[in-house]
Write a new protein. Structure first.
Length: 262
């Protein structure tokens, strides 16, 4: 079952890429700057975050931290968080937005989350380049950056699994996208994306660690900071593979019957 799903993704890789390019072209169609907005939008947002927290509010991780330390801390959490939340927020409407296409042909709906993931990851990619540049300037870059593909792979299969489930559920529950969006907007305030243990204290930090999404951020920060939290890696790995297995089972069982509900 899972092998067929993986083979379908590999066989349709050109289709995934073409549809992702089509979606990117449609995002700013007719705009004066065109494709430049795909880079300018996240570039302006990330730059504003860095300037505000580092030079306006002068937020610091500790009394000994430098000017850019908190900005780098925040960016290292925003990179996986934005990649994850944007793809998952869009997943409930993936099938409903392509109803005509899905009805007319035997469409490999298991590939839809990958189209969304490719298009929604552009902002995170810009944030990653800014993070790498600032870490070089700040003198805090590490050789562990080369290990970044490992958490990216885990994040990708986690997003795939969750997106498969929510894309099917989104056909039945029309307002699931809004529900997920509200949940993720609130979840960022109960995660280490913008919070740190020195800022909130040990007691509140323990509660933050009860949020399973927190361990995704911690694992990425381990790569960026040359650190290692074994428990977080175990939780993240288990979450990713369990989500992938459940999502693969759901999409395989339901994709042949989905036309009855759309």
């Amino acid at each position: 079952m899972y092998i067929k799903t993986i083979l379908s993704i590999l066989q349709n890789r050109e289709l995934i890429w073409e549809l992702a390019l089509r979606d990117l072209k449609g995002l700013n169609k007719g705009a004066f700057l065109g494709y430049l907005w795909l880079v300018l939008n996240p570039l302006v947002q990330v730059t504003a975050y860095v300037v505000i927290v580092s030079f306006v509010f002068r937020t610091q991780l500790s009394s000994k931290s430098g000017t850019l330390d908190y900005a780098l801390y925040m960016l290292s959490g925003m990179i996986p968080w934005q990649m994850m939340t944007k793809a998952i927020q869009e997943s409930p409407s993936l099938i409903r937005e392509r109803i005509e296409l899905v009805k007319q042909v035997i469409y490999p709906i298991e590939t839809l989350p990958l189209n969304s993931l490719l298009t929604s990851s552009l902002g995170s990619l810009v944030a990653l380049f800014i993070f790498l540049a600032l870490s070089l300037v700040n003198g805090t870059s590490h050789w562990t950056y080369f290990l970044l593909p490992f958490p990216l792979f885990l994040l990708m299969i986690f997003i795939l699994g969750v997106s498969w489930v929510s894309s099917i559920a989104g056909v039945l529950i029309k307002d699931l996208r809004e529900i997920i969006t509200v949940f993720l907007v609130l979840a960022i305030y109960f995660s280490p994306v913008i919070l740190s243990e020195p800022i909130v204290g040990n007691k509140i930090w323990r509660y933050i660690l009860w949020n399973p999404l927190s361990h995704i951020i911690i694992c990425f920060r381990d790569i960026f900071n040359a650190d290692f939290h074994l428990l977080s890696w175990i939780i993240f790995t288990c979450m990713a593979f369990v989500a992938f297995m459940i999502g693969g089972w759901v999409i395989t069982r339901t994709k042949l019957l989905i036309n009855e509900y759309i």
